[in-house]
Design a protein around this ligand. Structure first.
Ligand SMILES: [Zn+2]
Ligand SMILES: [Zn+2]
Length: 153
């Protein structure tokens, strides 16, 4: 279990942040865009309340991209080393998506679901107990205690 507050940083250490609330959900996104963004097989992500993320060092650059859904995805990344720290989906403005690999203790976050599995690279094996979504995730049950924060994409 990730201890709260948690901290994270980019690869070079210039950009730093803290998270002061537990995650609603942690998952892997296997979509093609996340493969490119992470330059890997999938992105490891978790959703937290937007106000629980505080920048404690550096000035991340931002980039906006319009997804096929029409939602605007904004990512924050270090201008010096390029690490992507977190993201915002215009359909869920009160949620931040943390890129788990930037946390100081990423090993304490347990991924429990997989989305866009129809784009998954063939060698990635998903544990049997994990929830699987062929396309976008449905997190309504993960937001049961705070449903006003969640809007399906
Ligand atoms: Zn950096
Ligand atoms: Zn994705």
């Amino acid at each position: 279990m990730l201890q709260i507050p948690a901290s994270g940083r980019c690869q070079c250490g210039e950009c730093r942040y803290t998270v002061s609330a537990p995650a609603y959900v942690a998952y892997a996104c296997h979509c093609t865009e996340c493969q490119r963004l992470s330059s890997s097989a999938f992105a490891s992500l978790m959703h937290v309340p937007s106000e629980s993320v505080e920048l404690t060092g550096g000035s991340p650059a931002t980039r906006e991209r319009t997804a096929d859904s029409g939602n605007v995805l904004e990512t924050w990344f270090c201008p010096s080393c390029g690490s992507t720290l977190f993201a915002r989906n215009s359909s869920r403005p009160r949620v931040r998506t943390i890129h788990i690999g930037t946390l100081e203790h990423a090993e304490r976050v347990e991924i429990e679901a997989h989305i866009w599995v129809k784009r998954k690279l063939p060698w990635v094996v998903i544990p049997k107990a994990h929830r699987v979504f062929e396309g976008a995730g449905d997190w309504s049950e993960d937001y049961a205690d705070d449903p006003s924060r969640y809007c399906p994409s």
